[in-house]
Design a protein around this ligand. Structure first.
Ligand code: NPW
Ligand code: K
Length: 483
């Protein structure tokens, strides 16, 4: 499990650690680690041009001390002092090592730009002159390394109001910060290198976590010798309609390829015919009114993809939500819930898998606000809707009351194509029916879905290319086998 923390959590841990070591120890550890990473990025340290962007706080101090170490090894280090004040010890160390201060024009000529403008002490939009420097660093040809956090990225949430430094690498200290895992912040970081400063024993429970392949392998339900199809979990899927059939075929495909013991599919006749043609493994029922009583016993339901939002669909959704087993609601099912949130009052867990647009309707918040502050809104959705929520997007977030927000780290931009969400709902439904909690089911489903997409998208020469939603379902058995 990879974990991440808010700025406040990091500060509290740092205070506890600082009380046990001589003053300046942590910054020395941080700056040493930073300088080692920077040196590794340069073809040779001697004679290379390093520019430090130095803000008024300790983030600038880290940059200055690291710059001093590089200057001692023969780099030509120039510091742009951008803050109203400058870390005195750090500046003295740099000057002592042969570095110097300079104007902004040196950014253009740098081999390496070290962003020490703001770290976990940053708040809100970058002010001038930091904003201009952030833009200049992004436009310059040199490599950009962010110190602790790319300046302009909110370390606790990943929020970016206005401009932020676009780094090719982020060197972070002590522990990962939420903003390095969650978009939009994550997209400014490049790969993240963690420098150990001894914070580990002082860290609280994480605020954010992400599952690794091993975590998912441990969580996945696996059939045992005495398992039969019923004991492995029976998933009910209510999806598709007379007009829309593709979403149903994809959801059923995701469920079957993810290893469902049995899928019971119920819908209008046209959708049933398509599913039966494509997936003879599923048991199908043509619904004759808004009841799922005749479908048979299931351990979980997937509700919504392609089912429409008309009166009949609403009545059918009501019937599924009235059952006492976990229900995963996606797509049209979410639109139905947005129009009548009272449907969410249930005895069993409900799992919602919206994208930002769907969440915008559920919370009555503009979509752009959700996209700019994804962490806040996924948490708010959990609190307001009383459900487990998976928010789809450039980083998929999974939230449940009193648990760390999980960030999914697998996937490829090629996954942004029609129908992949339907496959995801089928995978998650299978895991729910197999006995995982809603939180674990959607976390593992997102992880597998992303791995399958990566596998489907990787070509014979290793590059990445287009995928169709069904390709994701097709790759699932191989992916699960490989874990
Ligand atoms: N604590 C430790 O043990 C260790 C900490 N370490 C390091 O310290 C860093 C935290 O240092 P920190 O607390 O001094 O805050 P930091 O991020 O440098 O910035 C604060 C200043 O920035 C400014 N500012 C804020 N927002 C702004 C904006 N939007 N736009 C423009 N300016 C803005 C504001 O300045 P002001 O406006 O007051 O001039 C504020 O005072 C941490 O990230 C890590 O790198 C490591 O050495 C390991 C050990
Ligand atoms: K920074």
């Amino acid at each position: 499990m990879r974990t991440a923390y808010t700025s406040d959590q990091i500060r509290t841990a740092e205070r506890a650690l600082m009380a046990t070591v001589p003053e300046g120890t942590l910054m020395r550890r941080a700056a040493t680690g930073l300088s080692v990473v920077c040196a590794g990025l340069l073809p040779g340290v001697y004679g290379s041009r390093v520019v430090l962007l130095v803000g008024s706080g300790d983030n600038g101090g880290d940059a200055l001390y690291a710059g001093a170490r590089l200057a001692r090894r023969g780099a030509r280090v120039e510091a742009i002092l951008a803050g109203s004040r400058t870390h005195a010890g750090g500046l003295a160390a740099l000057l002592d090592a042969g570095g110097r201060t300079a104007g902004t024009d040196v950014i253009e000529r740098a081999d390496l730009i070290v962003d020490g403008l703001v770290g976990i002490g940053g708040a809100g939009e970058l002010r001038e002159p930091y904003r201009t420097l952030a833009l200049a660093a992004g436009a310059a040809p040199g490599l950009v390394v962010a110190v602790d956090v790319p300046s302009g990225v909110d370390a606790s949430t990943g929020r970016v109001d206005g401009e932020a430094v676009r780094a090719q690498l982020t060197v972070t200290f002590g522990a990962c910060k939420n903003g390095l895992l969650v978009d939009p912040g994550r997209s400014f970081c490049g790969p993240v290198e963690l420098v150990d400063i001894g914070l580990g024993p002082y860290l609280p429970d994480p605020d954010v976590a992400s599952l690794t392949d091993d975590d998912v392998a441990d969580l996945l339900p696996r059939p045992e010798a005495e398992s039969d199809k019923y004991r492995r979990g029976v998933l009910g899927i209510v999806a598709g309609s007379d007009r829309f059939t593709g979403a149903a075929v994809l959801a059923v495909g995701g469920a079957i390829r993810a290893g469902a013991g049995l899928v019971r599919f119920a819908s209008a006749e046209t959708a049933v015919r398509q599913v039966r043609n494509r997936w003879p493994e599923a048991i199908t029922t043509v619904l004759d009114g808004p009841s799922v009583a005749e479908v048979g016993r299931v351990q979980a339901w997937v509700l919504g993809p392609g089912m429409g939002t008309g009166e009949e669909a609403v009545a059918l959704a009501r019937a599924v939500l009235a059952t006492d087993v976990p229900v995963l609601v996606d797509a049209d099912g979410l639109t139905i819930l947005a129009n009548d949130r009272s449907l969410l009052r249930r005895s069993a867990p409900t799992v919602l898998t919206p994208h930002a647009g769907e969440l915008s309707r559920l919370l009555d918040v503009p979509r752009e606000r959700i996209e700019a502050a994804r962490m806040e809104h996924v948490r708010r959705a959990v609190a307001e809707l009383g459900a487990i929520v998976l928010l789809k997007g450039s980083t998929t977030l999974i939230a449940e009351q009193d648990r760390p927000v999980r960030v999914n780290t697998t996937g490829t931009p090629w996954l942004a194509t029609g129908g992949t969400g339907d496959v995801l709902s089928g995978i998650a439904g299978t895991l729910l029916s197999g006995g995982l909690s809603g939180y674990d089911a959607v976390s593992c489903a997102a992880h597998l879905h992303g791995l399958a997409a990566q596998a489907a998208s990787t070509g014979i020469s290793g590059g990445h290319g287009p995928i169709a939603a069904m390709d994701v379902a097709t790759m699932l058995p191989q992916v699960i086998r490989s874990l």
